[in-house]
Design a protein around this ligand. Structure first.
Ligand SMILES: Cc1cc2nc3c(=O)[nH]c(=O)nc-3n(C[C@H](O)[C@H](O)[C@H](O)COP(=O)(O)OP(=O)(O)OC[C@H]3O[C@@H](n4cnc5c(N)ncnc54)[C@H](O)[C@@H]3O)c2cc1C
Length: 659
């Protein structure tokens, strides 16, 4: 009844409005001036005005949309017109030596001194002829840091990687369950290298000769081996997963590469599909839907959170409900808490969230073995006795830390002073210890900056002991502190209270440090310095540091080269080669790491550890987490793809096809 009354009133108003309009137009007015219809009641006039405005803007919007569509279609058409050209290449200039490689080196292998695309155009030819050879091994965060910072034309750049793309590793857990697509996380290395007119070799570094500056590559595809010569070598090969000697790890998944994420996604989908079959027994269904994550660090926690999200958002809607009910997610952690490298508040928040979500957290437990059907772990019972437990499962993720990459291991075997078990030891300038000065650098997971102060004992004493009395008084200690800060910036915080430390180690109170007191002091300080974490943030900052250093070196070489040219009509090849060996100390300060914070996704919630402050929460934190990763993308293309993925998942859910 009310509805009828309202619609009748609206009809009257409309009729009246139309009449008013007719009256106005009969008076020859294009504009509906309300003064001209003074007999119309004010409320109707207002309604009429509003209707007019709405119609006007609807028309504008429609017209603009049509024009926009026409422009966009024309743009695409014109773009396609120029993309599909009949361009062709003919008689590409090429140095014959690129096809007939000389052999040599310790294993008498072909040496690729000239590459097939070195003479492709004038720029490439000039770079190949005049510029030092920079070889970057690896295509991950560290390598990208270098490549994105280098200036065009300063070096003859060659990137060697066993994968043809760089991967945005932080979103691998999302890709493993289809929250984002695999292709949104990768960018071809060739596209990145093109900016520098550089070269890409799809191969795996297997050996190196530091004396002759040759790196041995096993080419992907044909398995052939070849040497690539370098003037400067940057090792950025990352790490592998640590095994801790646990038997049966071949039955586990790992999550370090795109191939790992693809394999996980297939297994997760298989498990749900098989669990839904009418022939599957209840006990087998339970096993298939039991997901075990070994390791409570960020990768393990994020993967468990993504599997939980997947179950909540997609399995619940499209699979038999029994599949959701039977899902169990277990996280086995050797320490007392998950995310134990984050602040205590964050660990607690993540644990509470997992408990609410029904994720089974098993802390203070050690995985003893993995079989195709079970994970066996031990933990102490309430009486403090060790007990063995078994979880039936068809999916085990192994994510318990990192181990040395095989090539990095080979490098440490070749050098006399490399003792670190997990990475290549580098100095504060990221130079690999033991290699010819200024020729080899290592960055990222493959490298660790030396923290031992005692190994520089003699050097420190030599410089600080100015009166040569074999003791270090307080003034000399201050000199030594400055030297320590320069040599190992990571020790800076530990030596900031110079007077306090001096007094503490001056055991006999003679206001000077005897050599044995000094050794103890340096040993203790060295033990307190913690190595930098194996994170993308560190790798990227180190890569950028090397890139900037190389840019500065190039400028310096240019200047010195010009001076030499003035002195001698033709600088010798040898002197040009020596320029690349200008000491790093003359070019740049040691590497300093700036911690920008750690973040982790914990299932429609995220946590931020910003050092002094922590931030954690639900959707707002999750969007902040997404924004950070979106911003960190290596290209605009992957940014666009990621954005589309997040929208598609939000609107239509994840793709449930098993490919
Ligand atoms: C699932 C996951 C999530 C992560 N999340 C975060 C995060 O949120 N934040 C963060 O800071 N860090 C994160 N990390 C850690 C971060 O990815 C690593 O610290 C970072 O990738 C290290 O960079 P890198 O350049 O040293 O090595 P990588 O990025 O691993 O790159 C190594 C490269 O070397 C290539 N390579 C390996 N061996 C050879 C060889 N012999 N010859 C030639 N090329 C070779 C590989 O193909 C690869 O391209 C995560 C890691 C994983 C696995």
């Amino acid at each position: 009844m009310t509805a009828h009354l309202i619609s009748a009133r609206l009809r009257n108003q409309l009729v009246h409005s139309r009449r008013s309009l007719a009256t106005e137009s009969s008076r020859g007015s294009a504009d509906p001036d309300p003064n001209l219809t003074s007999s119309t009641p004010p409320r109707r006039r207002t309604l009429f005005r509003r209707l007019f405005i709405v119609s006007k803007y609807t028309l504008y919007l429609s017209l603009t949309s049509v024009i926009g569509l026409v422009v966009l279609t024309s743009f695409l058409f014109i773009h396609d017109l120029f993309t599909y050209t009949s361009r062709h290449v003919d008689r590409v200039p090429m140095n014959p030596l690129a096809l007939h490689l000389e052999r040599g080196g310790p294993k008498n292998l072909p040496i690729a001194r000239v590459l097939v695309d070195d003479d492709e155009d004038e720029d490439m030819h000039r770079i190949a002829r005049d510029k030092p050879r920079l070889v970057v091994v690896g295509g991950g965060w560290g390598a990208m840091g270098v490549l994105q910072t280098l200036h065009l034309g300063d070096y003859h750049v060659t990137v060697v990687s066993n994968e043809t793309f760089t991967t945005f590793t932080p979103l691998l857990p999302s890709a493993a369950v289809g929250t984002v697509q695999i292709r949104s996380l990768i960018e071809p290395i060739r596209k990145i290298v093109a900016r520098l007119r550089g070269h890409f070799v799809n191969g795996k570094a297997v050996d190196v000769d530091f004396g002759q500056r040759l790196i041995e590559i096993e080419c992907v595809g044909n398995g052939e081996r070849v040497y690539i010569p370098y003037d400067k070598l940057i090792i950025a090969v990352g790490s592998t997963s640590s095994t801790h000697g646990v038997p049966g790890l071949e039955h586990c998944f790992q999550l370090k590469t795109i191939a790992d994420a693809q394999a996980i996604r297939r297994r997760v989908m298989d498990n749900f599909e098989i669990a839904s079959l009418p022939t599957t027994s209840p006990s087998e269904r339970k096993r298939l839907l039991s997901f075990v994550v070994c390791g409570g660090g960020p990768t393990g926690v994020e993967t468990a959170a993504e599997i939980f999200d997947f179950c909540q958002e997609d399995i619940m809607n499209y699979f038999p409900k029994i599949c959701r009910e039977e899902v169990s997610i277990h996280v086995i952690q050797s320490r007392g808490h998950i995310l134990n490298t984050y602040s205590e508040a964050i660990s607690q928040y993540a644990e509470d969230k997992f408990k609410r979500d029904g994720v089974d957290l098993i802390t203070n437990a050690r995985v003893a073995a993995v079989t195709p059907e079970h994970v066996i772990y031990t933990s102490k019972n309430e009486d403090g006795k060790m007990e063995q437990h078994t979880i039936p499962t068809n999916f085990t993720l192994w994510s318990t830390g990192i181990a040395m990459n095989p090539f990095a291991k080979r490098v440490t075997q070749l050098l006399p002073n490399q003792f670190h078990k997990k990475a290549i030891e580098v100095d504060a300038h990221l130079r690999v210890k033991g290699t010819p000065q200024g020729t080899v650098y290592a960055v990222g997971d493959a490298a660790t900056i030396e923290t031992s102060l005692v190994s520089h004992f003699l050097e420190f004493v030599e410089e600080a002991d100015q009166n040569k009395d074999g003791k270090i008084d307080f003034d000399e200690w201050e000199v030594m502190v400055n030297r320590i800060k320069q040599k190992i910036p990571m020790a800076e915080d530990h030596v900031s209270k110079a007077r306090e430390i001096f007094t503490m180690y001056d055991v006999n109170g003679d206001n000077a440090l005897e050599l044995n007191e000094l050794v103890k002091l340096l040993e203790d300080l060295g033990n307190k310095i913690t190595s930098l974490p194996a994170t993308a943030q560190v790798a990227s900052q180190q890569g950028k540091y090397i890139g900037k250093k190389l840019n500065k070196l190039a400028r310096r070489m240019e200047r010195q080269g010009q001076e030499q040219k003035m002195e001698t009509a033709q600088p010798s090849a040898e002197s040009a080669r020596n320029l690349i060996l200008i000491p790093d100390e003359a070019i740049s300060a040691p590497f300093r790491y700036f911690h920008l914070g750690s973040l982790a996704y914990i299932g429609n919630a995220a946590v931020f550890d910003l050092g002094k402050y922590s931030f954690m929460g639900g959707l707002a934190a999750m969007y902040a987490w997404r924004s950070v990763y979106w911003n960190e993308q290596v290209s605009v293309r992957t940014r666009a793809l990621l954005m589309i993925d997040w929208i598609v998942r939000g609107v239509w859910g994840r793709d449930l096809s098993r490919l």
